[in-house]
Design a binder for this molecule. Structure first.
Ligand SMILES: CC(C)(COP(=O)(O)OP(=O)(O)OC[C@H]1O[C@@H](n2cnc3c(N)ncnc32)[C@H](O)[C@@H]1OP(=O)(O)O)[C@@H](O)C(=O)NCCC(=O)NCCS
Length: 157
């Protein structure tokens, strides 16, 4: 794995054109610009950007509903994957929102890379939502990370 330096900072509205470009390449049914604007407008959310060589390389959106954090979106530029960028975003999310908090997410059951990433961060499957994704009719795996989960980064040692 080539590890290139990247920095994590809060995601801002001015990042959204580049976010949309990555989003369209990352997902069969990308979020609209309005969905990102809505999430950025929520004061309790954790929205992060990863920058490599001063360019937006990835982003993460996590929203809080009552006492549970929902990991809503995470994506990395296809050219910059497997370099630890999503892991850096997840580490920063856990640091900001709190490693002791409860987190949940939905992921396509076919999305092995994302499931492997989430498992590495202590998320565990808690069932499925049948035909959750309207574009393909695919099921969603529901995953939870609770305070009892293993430590954040999953890195050995
Ligand atoms: C899932 C995604 C965000 C991972 O981003 P990334 O920056 O490549 O992830 P990392 O480099 O931090 O990977 C961390 C670990 O996750 C797992 N992982 C990531 N991509 C993987 C792949 N393609 N195959 C298997 N495991 C993978 C590995 O355990 C990896 O550790 P390793 O590289 O030491 O083996 C990226 O593939 C992506 O943007 N996919 C499209 C969007 C998406 O599906 N988002 C999730 C929606 S629920």
């Amino acid at each position: 794995m080539t590890t290139e330096p990247f920095v994590i900072r809060p995601l801002g509205y001015s990042d959204l054109p580049r976010v949309m470009a990555v989003e369209r390449r990352a997902f069969p049914t990308p979020w609209s610009l309005a969905m990102f604007v809505l999430e950025l407008s929520k004061p309790s959310g954790v929205c992060l950007a990863a920058l490599a060589e001063q360019r937006l390389a990835g982003y993460l959106i996590c929203a809080r509903y009552d006492r549970v954090w929902h990991l809503m979106n995470v994506a990395v530029d296809p050219a910059l994957r497997r370099r630890g960028i999503a892991s850096g975003l997840l580490d920063a999310m856990l640091e900001r929102a709190g490693p002791e908090q409860s987190y949940t997410l939905e992921v396509r059951t076919s999305n092995a890379p994302a499931i492997a990433l989430y498992e590495r961060f202590g998320f565990r499957s808690a069932g499925t939502r049948p035909r959750y994704y309207r574009d393909t009719g695919e099921d969603a795996m529901i995953m939870w990370r609770t305070a009892q989960a293993p430590s954040a980064s999953g890195a050995p040692g």
